[in-house]
Design a protein around this ligand. Structure first.
Ligand SMILES: [Zn+2]
Length: 61
């Protein structure tokens, strides 16, 4: 008897893995901007979208 169901794990959610969406950038996307339902654009601190702070309180720096 053989068991064909060997370690067939369901697709794990990858929400915790989100790198910067900027082309060529391999940094960690710390800042998420929801573009549409279920679609979030992740950017690192250097490549924050221009409208990232829209609708948020803009920090003074
Ligand atoms: Zn980046």
């Amino acid at each position: 008897m053989s068991d064909d169901r060997t370690a067939t794990m369901p697709a794990a959610p990858v929400h915790f893995e989100h790198w910067c969406d900027y082309p060529g950038c391999i940094k960690w996307g710390s800042f998420g901007k929801e573009r549409s339902r279920g679609i979030t654009e992740w950017r690192c601190g250097e490549h924050l979208a221009d409208d990232y702070w829209d609708g948020r309180s803009t920090p003074r720096n």
